[in-house]
Design a protein around this ligand. Sequence first.
Ligand code: M6R
Length: 609
Amino acid sequence: MCGIVGYIGKRDVAPLLLEGLQRLEYRGYDSAGIVITGKAAAGKPGTLKMVKAKGRVRELEAKVPKRFAGTTGIAHTRWATHGAPSDENAHPHLDAENKVAVVHNGIIDNASELRAKLTADGVVFLSETDTEVLTHLIARAQAETLEEKVREALRHVEGTYGIAVLHADFNDRIVVARNGSPVVLGIGEKEMFVASDVAALVAHTRQVVTLDDGEMATLKADDFRTYTTEGSTTTATPTTVEWEAESYDMGGHDTYMHKEISEQADAVDRVLRGRIDDRFSTVHLGGLNLDAREARGVRRIKILGCGTSYHAGQIGAQLIEELARIPADAEPASEFRYRNPVVDPDTLYVAVSQSGETYDVLAAVQELKRKGARVLGVVNVVGSAIAREADGGTYVHAGPEVCVVSTKCFTNTVVAFALLALHLGRIRDLSVADGKRIIDGLRRLPEQISEILGREDEIKRLAAEYADAKSMMFIGRVRGYPVAREASLKLKEVSYIHAEAYPASELKHGPLALIEPAMPTVAIVPDDDLLEKNRAAMEEIKARSGRILAVAHQVQEKADHTIVVPKNENELDPILMGIPLQLFAYHTALAMGRDIDKPRNLAKSVTVE
Ligand code: M6R
């Protein structure tokens, strides 16, 4: 969802910015643009040169003229919020005198009001965007310096923003500001970068500074400084990005989705590494900031996330109830924050997010913190907003996930929840023997994942078998139900086949009416104490001539096809049972010619409401 990249230094800026935009493509966008400061004649201000294009970055690249030289610039990929995707609505936006250029992520809530006032003052708008309002406010600000002009403009604005600003009269700098939308500075050797996501920077520098909300920065070629929107200086200590540029490459796979599914054995190995304590049959999670006494005082756990992370949270809640016997549940953060929730001091809240930037999750965390709750984060992106806002937490160490469709992060997040559940369980009533049993199970996961991935050809054949379905049902009970929900989300978002997930126990309360040969069912059938109940559900479907694909620990007679997955401990089975269905969704979408890494209408990080 919207991306920003900027550069100031000595290099030719346009190719650098276009490459940065390409690295942000995965976030989802509909148009792109670039503006640079051209060479200034002696004693004269610089000029701004801009190109914008609806569509992909390659379409923008094709429009960039040969003579487009400069060493300072900002660029943007836009995801339409105010106004349809078009050249005019693409960012950057310029003022009437072509002196100020702004790129913006986020939403300005009072844009219509500001637009009306500016229009009454004679300003002519060239786009329908909220961002253009900001450009005119900066251009009309009376302050002397660019920093003060931006600050003056921001005082009028309500909403969220990550912005980068160029000004022809101040062409030795880029000014950036953040409120609710990520802004990361990349610190180079006599050159500075800015982006909304480290993915755009790591090919050039791994030294980064992440701005906080309410912070601004001035970037010059050999220097940067940070300060608040009120003007007080802040201290910015660069940190080193964990991942190398190659981690963001496709690594020989045709799509990121395939690459990321294939990486899961290593990713799970990483989340376990250094955390298992065999002596006490428990795990160490250093960043929780929750001592044993505090952990024993927790009466409930509420997990908040969106989409796939919410589903991982549902499995997490079950693991916590099973292993730690603490009542736990998961709720979509997007719903929680709007229902004026009762915030209980004895409840531990856990925010779960791959990106650490999902606006609904971040807003839920901020609301909880405002009400005095303790919030942990289970997050993939190190240093992201949710990770920083939380009181403590654990990283899931899945590595960069580029495909919009989340796969390896789901698996690693569930494993991280298993670690949290084991840790809490061993502080409370989980026995040493059960702790050891779970640890042994966790250690078996990477090999079992490799075994499942080794069946890709078989799963590909099955995907071809079911690819004619217009609609599919996914069912599971208790441990299998969140797996069914996640598998149904995977199929629909990447293949666009309609899919519904139901608890198998609910079939006869309504959805059974849908069953017919044209509506196949995927049944999650673990070998646990609900095996017979699941078999009975399959029997009901067969009696209505429904086709069944089972994911199970042994071949299911009632099913037309079974994908057999290796058995682990009952509690850990959900971690493995979703993996073949990621491949199933992938191959279905591939056979249908879908845009696998960038499904229509979706963005990787949903940083707006
Ligand atoms: O970055 P997050 O985990 O907070 O993102 C939450 C959802 O937007 C995300 O999981 C979404 O559902 C994915 N497209 C799922 O594949």
